[in-house]
Design a protein around this ligand. Structure first.
Ligand SMILES: Cc1cc2nc3c(=O)[nH]c(=O)nc-3n(C[C@H](O)[C@H](O)[C@H](O)COP(=O)(O)OP(=O)(O)OC[C@H]3O[C@@H](n4cnc5c(N)ncnc54)[C@H](O)[C@@H]3O)c2cc1C
Length: 391
């Protein structure tokens, strides 16, 4: 796959998502920015998100990655990338409804009825608990444990920086385990909030919602194990790879495009020393550099998505897309703020909000440095060729 050319159907879907974002999400910006200035959460609440998801459902935007037998439309990864790009055109943490993490599919009837289906329907919300205060980039250093006691497992430990931890009904939790053969590993557990785990919100620079979670002798039955005992890392890696390849990375492309459009509009209008900013070479170069970077990042995202659609191993493409798209989004927002001058720095203006929110894109879902070290390892061991394709 050298180049990605969207089909007419994909462009049509992209158009309708853009129209939804323009009509429903962008108009909320002023209100959400005001709320943030009053010290309230700068993201829409659970009810607001549900109402928006139901509205989108009426236009067919539901279950974009969900198999048809579960009420979804199961779109290819390339189409999902285009959709995520459009959603990135607002800084709100919005996703279309009707979806659940891929790792919940194909499990037991209990998991299907108690977790998969209610998550798809939006009745239950999950969080994903891997990181701990002592282990972020190096998850093997985690300290949380689950010990088998009869037919139950007893969980102890803490997780931190967990997105939506305060707002979730259950946690997909990774904890250290020992299997029946005495081998150590990490296992994924589905842990309901009513088992007694506690959470506390963490204040952040941007508007993201993250919490610490505490597990103190929390008991879950064997049936709440997701997949195999000691099989947790394989599950976690699959979910993270997908997100890196065409979810968070694609949203960063959408954010960068919107910001660049704002800068172009402002550069054409704003007059200094008798001429529009757009006539100044330094401004033109900032705009042109940003566009080249966006195009390159988009190519990486689409290549990763196309490889996922082809069923190929796309881990390195996912790392490249995540690394580059988050870096360029941060470069673009910095230039766009510069072009807007003081206005760009003002509270209540979406550029300032993007500036704060985009910084974390280089940290979560694997830091820049972790993407680089994975790519370097694959190259140095000869597992991938420089450039990725060709002879
Ligand atoms: C808003 C937000 C939401 C998050 N959501 C979730 C979530 O839902 N679930 C979840 O499990 N986690 C979540 N995280 C955690 C996130 O994945 C971790 O913060 C991230 O993996 C980095 O871990 P760390 O913060 O412990 O940094 P560390 O691992 O301590 O690293 C610190 C710095 O050192 C660098 N570094 C570390 N090791 C090396 C090395 N060997 N060589 C070179 N450089 C190195 C890192 O790249 C980084 O720059 C979230 C974080 C944030 C901020």
């Amino acid at each position: 796959m050298i180049d990605f050319v969207p089909t007419d159907e994909q462009l049509e879907i992209q158009r309708s998502v853009r129209s939804f974002v323009r009509k429903e999400l962008v108009p909320m910006e002023d209100e959400l920015l005001r709320r943030e200035q009053r010290g309230e959460p700068g993201q829409p609440g659970r009810e607001e998100i549900s109402a928006l998801q139901q509205k989108a459902k009426r236009s067919g935007m539901w279950g974009i990655n969900t198999p048809e037998e579960y009420g979804g439309v199961n779109l290819p990864a390339t189409t999902q990338a285009l959709i995520n790009e459009e959603i990135g055109r607002t800084p709100w943490d919005f996703r279309f409804g009707g979806s659940a993490p891929e790792i919940l599919y194909g499990r037991t009837e209990f998991i299907e009825e108690s977790y998969l289906k209610p998550t798809i329907e939006g009745e239950r919300r999950f969080c994903f608990g891997l990181t701990e205060s002592s282990s972020g980039s190096d998850p093997r250093a985690m300290r949380s444990t689950a010990a088998k006691r009869g037919s139950d497992w007893v969980i102890n430990g803490e997780k931190t920086w967990i997105t939506n931890g305060e707002l979730s009904d259950y946690c997909i939790l990774m904890a250290k385990t020992i299997n029946d053969d005495g081998e150590q590993g990490v296992t994924a557990f589905l842990v309901d909030r009513d088992t007694g785990w506690k959470s506390a919100r963490i204040g952040l620079m941007g508007s993201h919602h993250a919490s610490s979670l505490y597990f103190d002798n929390v008991i879950v039955p064997e049936r709440n194990i997701l997949g195999e005992v000691n099989g947790g890392f394989t599950l976690a890696l699959g979910a993270i790879t997908q997100s890196r390849a065409y979810e968070v990375s694609a949203r960063n492309i959408g954010a960068s495009k919107r910001l660049l459009e704002m800068a172009i509009g402002y550069a054409n209008e704003r007059v200094t020393f008798g001429r529009p900013l757009a006539t100044r070479e330094n401004i033109q170069w900032m705009i042109a550099d940003s566009d080249v970077e966006i195009r390159a990042a988009q190519g990486l995202v689409m290549r990763a998505a196309a490889k996922a659609d082809a069923g190929d191993d796309y881990r390195i493409e996912a790392c490249s897309a995540k690394l580059f798209a988050s870096r360029i989004a941060n470069q673009v927002v910095d230039r766009v703020m510069q072009i807007h001058g003081a206005l760009g720095y003002a509270k209540g203006f979406v550029v300032e909000r993007y500036y704060r929110d985009l910084r974390v894109e280089r940290i979560y879902e694997g830091t820049d440095e972790m993407q680089l070290s994975t790519i370097a390892r694959a190259l140095l061991s000869g597992k991938v060729k420089p450039g990725g394709f060709g002879i």
